[in-house]
Ligand binder design. Structure first.
Ligand code: ADP
Ligand code: TRP
Length: 357
């Protein structure tokens, strides 16, 4: 793994905390007095890629031993881009297998499907009653998706409110996400504050986003932000030959082999940093600066680092796939535990709003 990783904590006072890789190497700082509740969600809208891994999954897996972890599959959210029942079901299962293969430990984290706790929709409604239109109109993610031709339906517009409900329903303190979700976390915080002003301080817990600065935006094979919707992803798991071929497609320029290569904004270096040791990364940087090697050889090194990094996870994935009932059992257990927590928060808020006595 690369050297020092820096996390940015989005809270009232932006604070930076430093702790090193690899996974579980060092305890994160205590950010909250009580056991910290950590929550994150991933949409089953396509194959998981290394941007998802370094932006959200790896920090979540690392944090699962340091608090009360709640990780879920955001299948309601995926419906904003996917209206194909069998595909949604298949993606949901695959995401569960892949997250578990990467190290999510159901003995430590509550792992569940969003739709197994339908109460989240009730909280989303309550939040929407205090949510100004302007707050949602300003969301980049909505504007970007519409610009890309996705239908501007109500669910797409209200997406951040449902996301806020996901987070607030579980009294979450810390939400590990990639940088693109920063604004959604700000909306969540705003809505929690508005509810607390309306219904009493402490009704909802105001969460912090945890954004890894060094992997905030993982580049795709075209050098832009890696994203399922840009078709530029490197999946976590794939067939060896295809993955190697994909790696060779990573964008580079036409600098001749013998010349020094630009290091700034290099997708190859940006990706290699994620997988290589600090020393190996620095060696590649130096080689770029010296010249004398072609991009093909750097891509081969990157390929090897990537393939080796995910080898233990690929093996674990095979074991999970060989045990057909395992994933469903994990998700069922997770749903029971998640629902128990959710019902406590919802009971309080139902009373506070006057929906029930
Ligand atoms: P995608 O953009 O591929 O559809 P999602 O929106 O499902 O990905 O994102 C799931 C999680 O992965 C989020 O926390 C998001 O911030 C993170 N993430 C996605 N792409 C990247 C990236 N290129 N770099 C860092 N984090 C990312
Ligand atoms: N919007 C997130 C994404 O696109 C997925 C998500 C839904 C989420 N609900 C969440 C992430 C709650 C963190 C917390 O990646």
């Amino acid at each position: 793994m690369a050297g020092t990783s820096l996390f940015i904590l989005i809270s009232q006072v932006d604070t930076q905390y430093e702790f090193r890789n690899p996974i579980l190497e060092k305890k994160p700082p205590r950010l909250h007095a009580a056991p910290m509740r950590i929550l994150t969600g991933l949409q089953p809208s396509g194959k998981l890629h290394i941007g998802n891994f370094f932006g959200a999954m790896e920090p979540a897996i690392r944090l699962q031993s340091h608090g009360d972890a709640y990780y879920f599959i955001a299948n309601y959210h995926a419906m904003t881009s996917l209206h194909d029942g069998p595909a949604l079901l298949a993606n949901t299962h695959e995401l569960a297998v892949d997250f578990l293969a990467c190290g999510l430990d159901p003995g430590k984290a509550v792992f569940f499907r969003q739709s197994d706790v339908p109460e989240v929709n009730e909280l989303a409604w309550i939040l929407s009653t205090v949510c100004p239109m302007g707050l949602l109109e300003r969301c980049h993610s909505f504007k970007d998706k519409v610009a890309k031709g996705i239908a501007a339906n109500h669910a797409l517009f209200a997406y951040p409110v449902l996301m806020a409900a996901d987070i607030l329903l579980y009294d979450s303190n810390l939400v590990p996400v990639g940088k693109d979700q920063k604004q959604h976390l700000e909306v969540t915080r705003d809505l929690a504050v508005k509810i607390n002003e309306a219904l009493g301080e402490g009704t909802l817990t105001v969460p912090d986003a945890l954004i890894r600065d060094d992997t905030a935006v993982v580049p795709g094979i075209d050098g832009q932000k890696m994203s399922k919707s840009y078709g530029n992803t490197i999946p976590l798991f794939g067939e060896e030959k295809q993955m190697r071929k994909l790696m060779m497609k990573i964008v580079s320029d036409s600098t001749p082999v013998e010349d020094p290569k630009p290091t700034e904004n290099s997708a190859i270096l940006g990706l290699y940093k994620l997988f290589a040791s600090e020393a190996d990364y620095q060696t590649m940087v130096q080689s770029f600066l010296n010249g004398g090697a072609g991009y093909g050889s750097y891509k081969t090194q990157l390929w090897e680092a990537y393939w080796n990094y995910f080898t233990p996870m690929r093996q674990r994935r095979e074991e999970i796939l060989a045990d057909p009932g395992y994933v469903d059992d994990v998700l069922q257990q997770g749903a029971l535990r998640a629902r128990e927590t959710a019902s406590k928060v919802l009971t309080c808020i139902r009373k506070a709003t006057g929906l029930s006595r």
